[in-house]
Every structure is written in C-alpha cells, then in structure tokens.
Design a protein around this ligand. Structure first.
Ligand code: FMN
Length: 352
C-alpha cells in the first residue's frame, strides 16, 4: 500500500498521538503542513474526545489520526494498592500532601467501550490507531466499514502477527528507544526490547503488512534511515513535545532543553506500565529496591499524577510524566509547521 499517497501526505511522517501532551492545535498544524497529525484519545472520555475532534476539524480539512488505548481492564488488588500508596506516602509528605485514599481507574480502555466507538465512527477519521493491544472484531469491522485505515502499535513479530490476524492494515514498529508508553500487549510478558532498527527491518522482511517506524527518530536523516529499512513512513513523538502547540508544561520543556535530555529511562512506577521518561525524581524513586510491586495500569497512574500535582504545587517539576525517547537531546523547539517543513527539507537533502 502506498501509505503516503493514500493519505495525500507530502512527507512520510506521523506526529505521534501523545496523551496529555498532543493537542488539537498541534495535530492541525501538522496536518496543514502535509504530515499526518494525531489526536490522543486514550486517556480522555467520550465527551472530551468529541470536543477535541471538533476543535481539530475547525482547524484543518486534511486527514488525521485518532488514537486509542486498548489495554486489559486493570485488576483491583486492594492490598497491593495500599502497599504502593504507603510506599509513596513519604514522597507526598515531603510536599505537605498525602496520597489519595485509594487508587481509581482514572480512564477506561477502548476495549468494549461502545460509547467511544460511537465517537470515532461519527468522526470517520482517515486513520485510527491502537496502542497496548487490539479491539474486538466487531469494532475493527465497524471502523473498516467506515473507511478508516487501521494502525496498530507493535513491539515484536508476535504482536504484528496478532495485528494481521485481527485485520489491522499497518503496523507501527515501536522500538525500545521510543518515548512514552511501550505498546506491549501484555506488560507482564517477557520483553525482547527490540530497537527500532531491528524491529523495523524484521517486520519489513516479514512483509505481510506495511510498517511505520517509531522510536528515536528526530530528523530527516532518521526518517531516511527508517525508509531505507523498508518503512513506509515514520512516527515521531519526542520531536514534537517541544513545539509551542503541545501542552507540555514549563518544567517538561526546560528538562528536555537541558543536558537532562541525555538521560532517559524505562519506568513502571509512574503509571503501572513501562514507559520511557526523562530521568527525574520519580524515575529515581521507581528504582528503589524496597518498593512493593507496582499495581495495574492505569490505577497506578492515579497516584503518579497526584504526586506530580503535589510536587508541582511546591515548585518541584521533577515528578512529572516527562515522557521522551532516546533521541531527546536532538529535540528542536520550534512551531510544528516549521518542524515539519524542516524535516521535509532534511529528508530531501539525504538523496542526491
Ligand atoms: C509524550 C508522549 C506521549 C505518548 N503518548 C502516546 C499515546 O497516547 N498513544 C500512542 O499510541 N503512543 C504514544 N506515545 C508513543 C508514540 O506513539 C511513539 O511510539 C513514540 O513517541 C516514538 O518514539 P520517539 O518519542 O522517540 O519519537 C507517546 C510518546 C510520547 C513521547
């Protein structure tokens, strides 16, 4: 499939959906500049999703991507959760705060969510993408019948095989380098931690679905490298965090622009699932050997967000979910449209 031609793109580039960081304005600027903009609907409810889609539609007529989290429903293990809250209590106390009395499921999976499916079907976006897993066959059939091209994030050949069997059209090969949540279908299964280079090539040689490369790609040379490996396009997240149109807060932007960007780490302590983050006080806390087992995603994230809010209220930015990939030091703060134009120019320069 000619992914770029089907969507009328002028560059083989997707702005990654970034829950909590991407915005309708960011997606619109990217779309209008000739790449594919994405709205992250994974961590919001149907009403807010409708609002953001309308906001995006008000700013662009071009195709866009709607992204959904398809994780397993979390287990509610009260003893485990209380132990976790107790372990975090001293960190809260340092900011004059207490942990929430109990963890809550702060957002629902797309799996089985008839309401969110209705929102997406009403919107009929050109592209729908999934992270953490795959929806059921009815949802997939309904989205395909609505004309949506379906993308599934995968971290292994096995997840790509499952995606093919489920009817996914294109796989997003997410390497270990990637910023944000790792799209593992089962966060408790063994993880081969394949890098973007090996995974992209593995899936391109497999050859049963078109491949989009994601993870550590920050400039035109990176995009070219992915295309040379057989990818039909690339998905960049971290590169867009520093755009003024993102909702990254001042602390996140400052860290990304500093030498701290040289250090990213995979942590489960913030949300309950592995995610690559700029090394900060929260990721340090997560490395403590005496911590009890982490509760399920996204219930753990309830405490993670509360701890960040308590720290931020006291002027401490280093407890944020400052997701970033290993390419973070290559980040270039500039307007999204300028970044897309720069990436296109750099990509053009890579060929004689
Ligand atoms: C801040 C941030 C938030 C993210 N949120 C999402 C999300 O909501 N949905 C999703 O499919 N991927 C999400 N990702 C992962 C991206 O889709 C992609 O795999 C990753 O950004 C690629 O690596 P890079 O950050 O090095 O470009 C996020 C990444 C970042 C950096």
């Amino acid at each position: 499939m000619d992914f770029v031609a089907r969507l009328g793109l002028s560059i083989p580039l997707i702005q990654a959906p970034m829950a909590g960081t991407s915005t309708p304005a960011l997606a619109a600027e990217v779309c209008n500049a000739g790449a594919l903009g994405s709205l992250a609907l994974g961590a919001i409810g149907p009403e807010e999703a409708r609002r953001q889609i309308a906001d995006l539609r008000g700013q662009t007529d071009r195709p866009f991507n709607l992204n959904l989290f398809v994780h397993e429903a979390p287990r509610t293990d009260l003893a485990r959760e209380q132990a976790w809250l107790d372990a975090l209590a001293p960190a809260f106390a340092a900011f004059g705060a207490s942990p929430p009395p109990a963890l809550e499921t702060i957002y629902q999976s797309f799996a089985g969510s008839a309401e969110m499916l209705d929102v997406v079907l009403e919107a009929r976006p050109a592209v729908v993408s999934f992270h953490f897993g795959l929806p059921d066959s009815r949802a997939i059939a309904a989205l395909k019948a609505a004309g949506c091209l379906l993308l599934g994030s995968v971290t292994s050949l096995a997840e790509a095989e499952l995606s093919l069997a489920a009817g996914i059209d294109v796989v997003v090969a997410q390497g270990w380098e990637a910023g944000g949540h790792r799209g593992l279908f089962d966060p408790d299964a063994a993880d081969d931690r394949l890098g973007t280079l090996a995974l992209t090539r593995l899936l391109a040689r497999w050859g049963k679905l078109p491949v989009i490369a994601a993870g550590g790609i920050m400039d035109g040379a990176g995009i070219r490298a992915a295309l040379d490996l057989g990818a039909v396009a690339t998905q960049l997240g971290t590169a867009f965090v520093a755009c003024p149109e993102s909702s990254a807060d001042a602390g996140y932007r400052a860290l990304l622009a500093s030498d701290a960007a040289l250090h990213t780490t995979m942590t489960r302590a913030i949300s309950g699932r592995p995610a690559r983050c700029l090394a900060n006080r929260f990721t340090q806390l997560g490395e403590r050997a005496d911590l009890p087992p982490v509760p399920d995603y996204p219930r753990t994230y309830h405490a993670g967000k509360a701890l960040n809010a308590a720290a931020k209220a006291q002027g401490e930015p280093l407890y944020g979910a400052q997701w970033a990939g290993q390419g973070a030091p290559l980040s270039r703060p500039m307007a999204a449209a300028e970044l897309v134009a720069l990436l296109a120019a750099e990509l053009a320069l890579t060929r004689p």
